[in-house]
Design a protein around this ligand. Sequence first.
Ligand code: CUA
Length: 229
Amino acid sequence: MSTWANLGLQDSASPLMEQLIFFHDHALLILVMITVLVGYLMFMLFFNSYINRFLLHGQLIEMIWTILPAIILLFIALPSLRLFYTLDEINEPSVTLKSIGHQWYWSYEYSDFNNIEFDSYMIPTNELATDGFRLLDVDNRVVLPMNSQIRILVTAADVIHSWTIPALGVKVDGTPGRLNQTNFFINRPGLFYGQCSEICGANHSFMPIVIESVPVNNFIKWISNNVNS
Ligand code: CUA
């Protein structure tokens, strides 16, 4: 999760988020180089006398500064497309989780396991444990196995919501009447926090998501305890 003064991206907990961070850094580097170059040129214009006896036209430089930006854009566009299609790839998921957005909470269904279902509400500040995270902790966490391909189906019951977890590189809109799909692979245990990120009404800020990533054995124990009850 994000803590004080953490203005950049969160540490990744999935291979896809790792790739997203690499692409972000790559694009940012190109952006910085362009900004520095253009800034330098604009600055040097102040010291230009605008007089040159021989400079009337320049075919070559016009060619270069037309084609060069197009080539630079390709260096952003091609990795972007590669990442885009990688994110969309589904690799034989071992668990499917359905998350349904409501005003203003999430509910979850484990369709593979006798359809375990539960609601997940934010814990109000006055009921929060001393080690709890305000506006971020929920009463029922989503438990998922680490090192497994997980498929997420997202929909909504009333208005558009968005199931977003920065550390996993996941952000999918839940839309009434539709079922959206995404997937991820959590590569370490821990708690991963997320929030709704479609403006969905008065309590939009108060429908967080908490994923509890555990080893597969613990996941099986958790799921079998809940199936019986
Ligand atoms: Cu649900 Cu914003």
